[in-house]
Design a protein around this ligand. Structure first.
Ligand SMILES: Cc1cc2nc3c(=O)[nH]c(=O)nc-3n(C[C@H](O)[C@H](O)[C@H](O)COP(=O)(O)OP(=O)(O)OC[C@H]3O[C@@H](n4cnc5c(N)ncnc54)[C@H](O)[C@@H]3O)c2cc1C
Length: 243
């Protein structure tokens, strides 16, 4: 699957998945030693025309909604999504707090990072108003935004120059990286099941989340919706609360 661009140099790419709505239904139905199958998709005009696709029966859709509402969370764990993500370290710092998933990240001990830095677009440079727990983030004047961006770009370049210089003088990469700022891009693989993914989406594709991680979470949610549409809809109907 191709990369979906996020921010100025980042992306999300679904590297692999074993994920569908039927796995939720059948891991719940095993409680009664029964299982369901998909049913042929019928045209919405109710003429009974068969479409080429298959879908969950209405009964199974109802079961997923019931499980979601009543916090029967484990049937949502029998699936996995494996993402390849490129993002600034300040985004990964928040992302990697989500413990119920697996991570592997580009090592700045073993290889030299690329000079790619996140510089927010002018309209995304913001001020912070209010107090902890109730901040609102407001767009700043164009001049303030541009000064900030220019300064951030310059300091990132200077930092990278010091980093390269230290490496060229024989300093270990694991120490030379002390010069690098948190807007430098890194890459990781992230593997997660739908239950934990919904917890991530609930917290990070939210108006309370930092703008930059929310940009990634929106893309992740669209991929989740493509693969598990009934579960994704039930999650939204449940007030975006993970079961
Ligand atoms: C808006 C916002 C602001 C934040 N601000 C801060 C901050 O100021 N400082 C800070 O340190 N973090 C902050 N965080 C991070 C937050 O505290 C969580 O670490 C992060 O959101 C991961 O959530 P999680 O623990 O639910 O996810 P996961 O780690 O993926 O856990 C998923 C679920 O598994 C269960 N679980 C996992 N581990 C345990 C455990 N050890 N014991 C019991 N149950 C467990 C819980 O039910 C948990 O919800 C913030 C997050 C958000 C969204």
């Amino acid at each position: 699957v191709s990369e979906i661009k996020v921010l100025d140099h980042g992306f999300v790419r679904l590297d692999g998945a074993l994920a569908d709505d039927l796995s939720v239904v059948n891991s719940a139905r095993v409680s009664f030693a029964s299982r369901s199958e998909l049913v042929p998709e019928v045209d919405d005009d109710e003429q009974g025309t068969y479409l080429s696709g298959w879908r969950l029966s209405d009964k199974d859709t109802g079961l997923i909604r019931f499980l979601m509402r009543n916090r029967h969370g484990t049937p949502f764990e029998h699936n996995m999504f494996r993402f390849h993500v490129k993002a600034p370290i300040m985004v990964f710092r928040e992302w990697q707090r989500h413990r119920i998933s697996s991570y592997n990240e580009w090592s700045a001990r073993y290889s030299q990072l690329e000079p790619e830095f996140y510089i927010p677009k002018p309209e995304h440079v913001r001020s912070q108003v209010g107090k902890p727990g109730a901040y609102t983030f407001e767009r700043v004047e164009a001049e303030t935004a541009n000064t900030f961006r220019a300064s951030l770009k310059l300091s990132s370049e200077i930092a990278y120059g010091e980093y390269e210089d230290a490496i060229s003088k024989g300093i270990a990469k694991e120490q030379a990286r002390l010069f690098l700022p948190v807007n430098i891009y890194s890459q990781m693989y992230w593997t997660v099941n739908a239950r934990s993914l919904m917890n991530f989406l609930s917290l990070r594709n939210s108006e309370h989340a930092m703008f930059e991680i929310a940009e990634y979470a929106q893309v992740i949610e669209s991929i989740f919706r493509d693969l598990m549409p009934v579960t994704a809809e039930a999650f939204v109907l449940n007030g975006r609360n993970a079961p």
